[in-house]
Design a protein around this ligand. Structure first.
Ligand SMILES: *[C@@H]1O[C@H](CO)[C@@H](O)[C@H](O)[C@H]1NC(C)=O
Length: 328
């Protein structure tokens, strides 16, 4: 390949991925092509990069099978992409060992859209964001906060780690806060950008993706900063789904007073913690403490999510057509 400067490389790569539309808003916007009938399908997975261990390879194998049956268009990663401490640099062999060499099925050779998790911030966060990684594996695309349009759905990816005040006080843990400080300015900009982008969206289905939980009965529980700061924006803008990782489980919590569904897909590798907190049973639709992943299918009329275990069993399925929630 000819030597070209890095901004040209970024443009070329993004063009290969999707069509880039740069607008006045600060968030990067991408378009993902839809199927001929206008629908899309995707898989969502989080908390995965452990060189195939802790059932990561089994999850990957089932993702490959389900991905083929559903002819998925792309994969969403909810973060904590590389354990324990992200990537060291763009050359880090963990990128191949935990990503390229694990998700090998033909159906998974699609665009991955990833956010950073707290474990990613413990390493070189900029390395995961670097276009150099896309040259090593062109499926890879990780940004802090961005928007992806896909037919009837708009996906809003939010960088949630900087919201968590605790990480800024930990003395025994290093985080790569380059590009994030001062923290208050950074998070208020993210909130404003997401709010503006949601208000501008004409999509029928609005889906927000972040690493951290808003509502979860798992060991990490609710993320209070996101409950206080992000949740009101999601409710005001009638977001349909919030998809996160962080708790290493599969989970669906509904809302009694809105259409918003809280979906955790954090079962990409290490799981089976064995401690679940009590939750209002009217809202708790599903909780699975083991490994697996989530699948989504979106048409103009319906949005269906399914959770799969490593054997390919559908553990839970939910459809959200027009606010009428059907359950299986
Ligand atoms: C792998 O998955 C199986 C089946 O769910 C489970 O019994 C086993 O404990 C898992 N192994 C690990 C290391 O989590």
């Amino acid at each position: 390949m000819a030597i070209i400067n890095s901004s040209t490389t970024v443009h070329l790569l993004l063009f290969m991925v999707a069509t880039v539309v740069m607008v006045a808003a600060d968030l990067h916007r991408l378009n993902h092509p839809v199927k001929a009938d206008g629908s899309i399908s995707f898989l969502a997975i989080g908390d995965w990069g452990r060189r195939g261990l802790y059932n990561q390879s089994n999850v990957a194998y089932q993702m490959g099978k389900v991905g083929e049956e559903m002819d998925v268009d792309f994969i969403v990663s909810t973060g904590d992409n590389f354990y324990d401490s992200g990537l060291v640099d763009e050359q880090d062999p963990a990128f191949f060992e935990s990503f390229t060499n694990v998700y090998t099925a033909p159906s998974l050779q699609k665009q991955w859209y990833s956010v950073l998790g707290n474990h990613d911030y413990r390493g070189n966060a900029l390395a995961q964001l670097s276009p150099e990684l896309r040259q090593r594996d062109n499926r890879w695309l990780c940004m802090r906060s961005f928007i992806m349009h896909a037919g009837n759905a708009d996906f809003f990816f939010v960088d949630t780690t900087p919201f968590h005040a605790k990480y800024f006080k930990e003395e025994d843990q290093e985080y790569d806060w380059r590009g994030v400080l001062p923290r208050e300015d950074y998070i208020s900009q993210v909130l404003e950008d997401v709010d503006v982008a949601l208000k501008e969206s004409n999509a029928k289905w609005k889906i927000v993706v972040g690493h951290h939980t808003i509502h979860s009965a798992g060991v990490h529980g609710n993320t209070e900063e996101l409950v206080d700061q992000l949740l009101p924006i999601l409710l005001e803008n009638e977001v349909n789904l919030y998809i996160n990782g962080h708790d290493h489980c599969l989970e669906h919590i509904s809302s009694s007073n809105s259409q918003l569904q809280f979906l955790t897909s954090g079962g990409g590798s290490k799981a089976w913690r064995g401690d679940v907190n009590p939750w209002n049973l009217d809202e708790m639709k599903f909780y699975y403490d083991g490994q697996g992943f989530m699948a989504g299918e979106i048409t103009e009329d319906d949005l269906v999510v399914s959770f799969y275990d490593i054997f390919g069993n559908v553990l839970h399925k939910w459809s959200g057509s027009g606010g009428l929630h059907r359950e299986w």
